[in-house]
Write a new protein. Structure first.
Length: 427
């Protein structure tokens, strides 16, 4: 069966009468002689659908103008202005439609309603694939297999850029609630800049609201993890309404601490105990590393500050000669690592480290490993921001901390204690 024979089938007269309104109920029946030809030609169905829809569009235009091509009529409602091509991807394959145009732009058709929904679902599918870490090359291969046509990597990237509006809306939303606990961390990813592959820092901030639910506060892509980049992120969070910060949990990065001191005056800095342990163990020889690790765990497992100080002193005395650098690191970071001891005991386990963010970083890494190198910073922000938005939605389904005891503890603090904590904040 040839293309010409397919195009000669007059579907327009089957569905529309030139003088009457469109027939609502119709039945298009293919003859038995036509079916074998359709089955033999892989593209026959798409060609048939293309021909049918083009003839329907032509019939709609005739009805809209109340005149056929080149017809002189007093009833003519306008004039043609050529056609524009529009490609759609149906289940039977790609089809090219010749959409008629009028000089005044008055012609419109509802025939694309179903295909527009299909296109939206298709694009959303591409977006979900990218968020889940499928590279643009693999997306291209999948869409070619599904639609029977090839998509370039740049085309897929342009389609997935539709995520920008959604991600930007999430990252710029107002933060009207109080966030007593803010947890921050950074991870590094690779992006292309000026034809080079460079490492970029993704700075991520999460928090626990006053009602006890977790939330993602924001993310920023910077050239490095520095005071300038952290200060920019914290400043943008404050402009969006972030307030009521009592504790900031992070690792020991000088630029981060300085930026937090500037933007969250009066808040207490909790140094991540896991990061401190890693720093200490990195200064130990492999021979005693296991013993030092056990001693550190016993320190941070205590329930009172006095007991923690006692175990710290015992550890310093035990390993003072065999691991001098490690013990110096412990002594320097001890006070910041046990700042969480000021809180009621039920809050300490989840706020003594930034493990909450570490698990989120692992999800980002799992997807980033598939993509390997982002084409630019915007692409990295799009993928990370979309994942964070999805995570934030899931966090709203489950209470993270009951804040009743914390609110009571906060109200019971005397002005002198509060002033003391303010003076020691980030010291």
């Amino acid at each position: 069966m040839t293309t010409d024979s397919i195009r000669k089938i007059d579907f327009a007269n089957t569905i529309y009468d030139r003088k009457d309104e469109p027939v609502a109920d119709y039945d298009v029946t293919l003859s038995e002689a036509l079916v074998p030809g359709l089955l033999e030609q892989p593209t026959a169905l798409s060609q048939l659908l293309e021909s049918a829809l083009n003839q329907v569009l032509e019939a709609q235009m005739r009805e809209h103008l109340a005149a056929d091509r080149y017809e002189r009529s007093d009833d003519r409602a306008g004039y043609r202005n050529g056609t524009r091509l529009r490609q759609l991807f149906a289940r039977v394959g790609p089809i090219t439609l010749q959409v008629p145009q009028t000089r005044d732009g008055s012609f419109s058709t509802e025939i694309f309603g179903r295909y527009q929904r299909s296109e939206q679902a298709f694009v959303l599918g591409l977006m979900e694939m990218v968020v889940n870490g499928v590279s643009t090359r693999k997306v291209t291969e999948i869409t070619e297999a599904l639609c029977g046509t090839a998509f370039s990597k740049s085309t897929v990237s342009r389609l997935t850029a539709l995520l920008d509006e959604r991600v930007n809306a999430f990252l710029s939303r107002r933060l009207d609630a109080a966030y007593p606990f803010v947890i921050v961390d950074a991870l590094f990813t690779k992006t292309r800049t000026d034809q080079r592959v460079v490492n970029k820092a993704a700075l991520i901030a999460c928090g626990v609201r006053a009602d006890g639910y977790r939330d993602v506060l924001g993310v920023a892509i910077g050239d490095a993890e520095s005071f300038a980049t952290w200060n920019s992120l914290f400043g943008s969070l404050r402009k969006r309404g972030l307030h009521g910060v009592d504790f900031v949990v992070s690792d020991d990065h000088a630029g981060l601490i300085e930026a937090a001191r500037k933007n969250f005056a009066g808040a207490t800095w909790q140094r991540c105990q896991v990061h401190l342990m890693r720093n200490i163990l990195g200064q130990c020889s492999s021979r005693i590393r296991g013993d030092v690790a056990a001693a550190l765990k016993s320190i941070f497992a205590t329930t009172t500050r006095a007991e923690a100080i006692q175990r710290r002193d015992e550890t310093l005395e035990r390993f003072g000669k065999s691991a001098q650098k490690a013990m110096a690191c412990l002594e320097a970071g001890f006070d910041d690592a046990i700042a969480v001891m000021d809180l009621p005991e039920k809050y300490r386990k989840r706020l003594r480290t930034n493990n909450m963010l570490e698990r989120l970083n692992q999800e980002i890494r799992r997807r980033e490993r598939v993509i390997r190198i982002f084409p630019n910073d915007a692409s990295a922000l799009r993928m990370i921001g979309a994942l964070l938005a999805e995570t934030a939605e899931g966090w709203q389904e489950r209470l993270y901390l009951s804040m009743d005891e914390y609110n009571e503890w906060r109200q019971q603090r005397t002005p002198s204690i509060a002033a003391s904590q303010t003076a020691e904040a980030f010291s």
